[in-house]
Design a protein. Sequence first.
Length: 82
Amino acid sequence: MEFFAEYFPNLTLGFSTAVTPINLLYCFLGVFVGTLIGVLPGIGPLAAIAMLLPITFNLPPVGALIMLAGIYYGAQYGGSTT
């Protein structure tokens, strides 16, 4: 029972931060752009993140990390199709 008392509030806080509309928009944009770049032959997820990292400089830190995760997983998916 101590497990739920300790971790559940933090898990709830994390999900409430991640599912705000602006963060979901950052995630969607990251997945979309990551998929477009991941489809290109020879460009993997790490190269996609390296190329798109300057886009996140002016974003809030949480939004930037969510967008980078979206870019990574979108590029993984895009690379699986080629």
